[in-house]
Design a protein around this ligand. Structure first.
Ligand SMILES: [Zn+2]
Length: 232
């Protein structure tokens, strides 16, 4: 069986974080984010981690080669043996090209973009009402998913925070930046036949179901049941 590799792309406010958490639980694969990987590599003093730290200390950007190396190391770890969800990587076509060499023939790659509608987000106050837990990452909303006690996380008890860019007047700008940054990647994965889209404006559970349906259908064509396999 190959690994389930899921690359999630998401419009601002489409619920990428929420969906990643749902999928992680259901498929029992970890979500690995570039930021976390970088911090871990630096803390563990891996060769790539040391290179990254030197760059950051010098006020320089961490190069694609370093980021690629950190990801390659991370996905070799035991918890990724059945698959993983990537968050924030690949960010560029060059990273995507390198990452392609990490994918084996049996691996099932799905790139899923969670779409959102800026007008509806505004109406439904999805972004302005958003509260996040800095402890466990749980996501709440002042209008639709209210924590039990005021601004305290139901799960871990930490105080919830509001992201400073979750502002109504910044939504359009964030959508524009997102499209500009994401378009080349979308094109790259469309050409590979790995790109899919789901409607992030549906209720959370339906979006999760749509994502899982895609992941399962990709897995089914990579690993068809014995009797359906075409004889050569
Ligand atoms: Zn929490």
């Amino acid at each position: 069986m190959g690994r389930t590799i899921l690359i999630l792309l998401g419009h601002p406010g489409a619920g990428k974080g929420t969906q990643a958490r749902m999928i992680m639980g259901t498929l029992a694969i970890p979500q690995i984010s570039t930021g976390d990987m970088l911090r871990e590599a630096i803390a563990d003093k891996t060769p790539f981690g040391c290179e990254a730290k030197a760059k950051m200390d010098a006020g320089e950007l961490v190069s694609d080669a370093i980021v690629n190396g950190i990801v390659a190391d991370r996905i070799q770890q035991e918890d990724c043996k059945n698959g993983f969800i990537l968050d924030g990587y690949p960010r560029t076509v060059s990273q995507a090209e390198t990452f392609r060499s990490q994918i084996g023939r049996g691996d099932c790659l799905s790139v899923i973009e969670i779409g959102a509608d800026s007008e509806r987000l505004r109406k439904e106050k999805r972004l302005v009402g958003r509260l996040m837990c800095p402890g466990c990452g749980e996501i709440y909303n002042q209008y639709s998913k209210v924590p039990k006690t005021d601004t305290i996380c139901d799960i871990c008890g930490k105080s919830l925070v509001h992201r400073s860019d979750d502002r109504e007047d910044l939504i359009l700008e964030r959508f524009r930046t997102y499209r500009e940054e994401t378009f080349p990647l979308v094109k790259f994965y469309q050409d590979l036949g790995a790109y899919h889209q789901v409607d992030g404006m549906k209720p959370i559970y339906e979006v999760t179901k749509d994502i899982l349906d895609i992941v399962n259908s990709v897995a089914a064509c990579h690993n068809p049941p014995e009797e359906k396999r075409v004889r050569k």
